[in-house]
Structure formats: C-alpha cells, structure tokens
Ligand binder design. Sequence first.
Ligand SMILES: NC(=O)c1ccc[n+]([C@@H]2O[C@H](COP(=O)([O-])OP(=O)(O)OC[C@H]3O[C@@H](n4cnc5c(N)ncnc54)[C@H](OP(=O)(O)O)[C@@H]3O)[C@@H](O)[C@H]2O)c1
Length: 421
Amino acid sequence: MKRIVVLGSTGSIGTQTLDVARRHADELEVVGLAAGTRAGELLAQAREFGVRHLAVGDERLAGEPVADELLEQARGGTESAAPSSLSQAMAQRGEGSLGFGADAVVDLARLPEADIVVNALVGAAGLRASYETLRAGKVLALANKESLVVGGDLIMPLAAAVDARRRADGTAPATGPAGALMPIDSEHGAIYQCLLGEDAREVARLWVTASGGPFRGRTRDELGGITPAQALAHPTWNMGAKISIDSSTLMNKGLEVIEAHHLFAMSYDRISVVVQPQSAIHSMVEFADGSVKAHLGTTDMRIPIQFALSYPARWDAPVEPLDFTKLGSLEFAAPDTDTFRCLALARAAGERGGTLPCAMNAANEVAVAAFLAEQGTYLGIAECVEAVMDAHDVQRVESLDQLEAVDAWARAEARAWIARR
Ligand SMILES: NC(=O)c1ccc[n+]([C@@H]2O[C@H](COP(=O)([O-])OP(=O)(O)OC[C@H]3O[C@@H](n4cnc5c(N)ncnc54)[C@H](OP(=O)(O)O)[C@@H]3O)[C@@H](O)[C@H]2O)c1
C-alpha cells in the first residue's frame, strides 16, 4: 500500500488523481489533501477518503463555517473548535491536522505518514512543495511543471539524492530508474517510459509532441481579438484554466521543453517539438541508431497519473485502450513559432538558464491571469513575457529565497507593463 498526499486535490489533475485512488483503493491510501479555495470540495473529498490531514491555501477561509467542518473531519469526528494554530498540537496528539495558508500546504509535503506527494498545484506556487517533498525523502509525483521550470537547478540534485537513498535502502525498483521524481505530464511520462531499459548515452533526441492548441493554423493577425472563452476550449485535453491558456499560446510546450531538459538531463539542441494534432502520440525518443520509440495511448490524464503512482508496476487502466482501427491517420508538423512566440521565448529562457526561466514563468503567469480577467490581450501575453525577460538581470540559481525574490520582481514588472498598455 502506498500512502499519498495530493496537493491541489480540487483541480483537474487532483480530482483525476483521486479517481485513480478510488479505483485502486487496495494499492493507494490518501493520507493528506490540500486545496486553494474550494474548501467545500476539499471537505467532501476528505470525508469520502477518510483523510485527516488537510490544508487550505486561502487563509481567509479559516474564518468561514466550513473551517469548523474541516476541523471536525481532521479530528476524526469529535467536537469542533476554533481552527487557528491547531495543526501542530493535533498532530502531536496523533490526531489529524488542519492548516490554512501557503505554509500549511507545504507542511503536508513533509507529512511523516506519506510515501508519495502528488504536486498538482498550479504555477510557481508549487515550487516550495516540490522542494520540501524531496528534502523529506519522499517520492514526488509531479504535475506542477512550473516547479522544474523555475527551480530545476535546485530540484534535480535533491531528486538524485533521494534516488541514491532509495537504491541504498532497497525501496527503489530492482531495475530501471529509482523513481524519486515521477513526471505526471503526459509527454514526460511518455518519454520516461520510452527510456525504460535504455542506456541514456544512446539517446539522440527527445521529441515532445504538441496538439497545437485550439488556434493551430491561424496567423498572428487572426489572433488579435481572441477571447478567454475561445482560448480555454482545448481540442483534446480538459484542463485547468492556466494550462489551457498556456496550451493555446504554446507556452505550455515551452515549459515542457525546459521540464524535459531538467528531468532527462538533455541539452536543448536535442529536444524538438513536433505538432501531432490527434494527441495519440504522447512523445518519442530517438536513439543513436535511428530507431524511434513512441508512447501512444488514449488521451486521458489518469493514465500518466496512474503510472507515476504505480511505478514500477502497472495496474489496470481506468480508461478504454486506444483502438488503432478507429484512429485514422496521424499528422505531424513543425510548430509555428513566429505566430506562437511563447514557445520560442521559453526555449530561449531555458537555453540562457539561471534565473531567466523563473522571470519568464512569473511574467507569463501574470499575463495569463490578466488575459483571463480581460485586463490584457491574447497577443499581449508573449509581448509581456518578452519585455520582462529583456529587463531581467540573469543570475545563477542559488536558493529558493533568491528564486522567490526574482519571481516577485518579475510579477511586479509584468503588472507594470500591463498597466502601461
Ligand atoms: N490539467 C491537466 O491535464 C494537466 C496536464 C499536465 C500537467 N498539468 C499541470 O498540473 C498542474 C495543475 O494543473 P490543473 O490543470 O490541475 O490546474 P487546476 O485545475 O487549476 O487546479 C489547481 C489546483 O491547485 C489548487 N491551488 C491553486 N493555488 C493554490 C494555493 N496557493 N494553495 C493551495 N492550493 C492551490 C487549486 O485549488 P482550488 O481550485 O481549490 O482553488 C486546485 O486544486 C499545473 O502545473 C499544470 O501545468 C496539468
């Protein structure tokens, strides 16, 4: 039995992770849950799975009636009381725990009862949780790609240390990667599986596939008046708002190129993006002898989520397998980086390295939020990202505190840029 904490349990990845846990209750026990604002949904999840370690990112909810109900759940159904500062005392008494605010969410990543932390938070806010998960020696099942984009230079050495410990104490699988950092992103999960049993020195190229998003084939002029509703309608995947916008601008693919660079220690010149509109091929690995391995499957995130949790085993799939007789043709095309400039900007940030990906990511988060709030334009997202990247004085990555300072600086720059428009 693997004991998991799900951070971001009320979101797209979080709810699908709980669906996997529901179907594999003999393999997975949910021991901790964290959400941002949807406390009522969190409570329902906690009751269904019998979870008593809970965190809510939004501190303002500590004063709401739902906080009493969450506390009662954390205490295992005993009488309720004021929820403030109770978490540690409750944990010491062997009860559950309930906390509010960013620190409470990160605390769950260190929960002694947990073996695996699923980080399904959105944005750079997930970095500290990824960092603390690995520092606590736990397996990190990572959906929050921004953690690696921003802090890959800090995260990967920690993952290597946990891998070494897992090898030494016999908790790692007998063959294959030790599994401390399991990607949930479908592309990286696909590459991970293509690399199983292979010699990393014989890998020539990673091919990261992209659906192309809802505006594939459009010209820059045609993108001027795009609305949030149009950009949120992704053709093949049903996802949270931020990643849906990132998919439409191809920023998501740019973030994934940086993620692949860190996860698989691959130089940028050997990571290519190819548009595969059917999203049937989730990514590919090309080897020195010209052979290419592709990972195919139904477009359902529960498959990569489940693999990250079942590794090195494979469990029954919760979805219909791909029917090749109905698949029809598979198309491939080069991405249009002149129209969708975010992909080129993210790649440039990754290639330059240091703190530039952190600044780039923060600017993108602000510009996407502004676009969703109808305070910024669609094309303004790439313009804002580029302006902040140009203004950034790139440093070598040294610490989480430094990255958080760069993130805050880039957000302020991006907001100022948007306000000037
Ligand atoms: N969705 C996909 O298919 C997919 C695929 C690959 C990778 N990813 C990656 O997975 C991550 C999550 O994506 P998603 O689509 O699942 O996003 P989402 O649907 O927006 O869900 C985000 C989750 O994080 C919680 N959250 C947000 N801010 C928080 C905070 N400050 N403290 C605590 N919790 C907070 C949200 O809680 P509330 O809703 O309660 O506020 C929600 O549970 C992203 O990094 C994304 O790039 C997603």
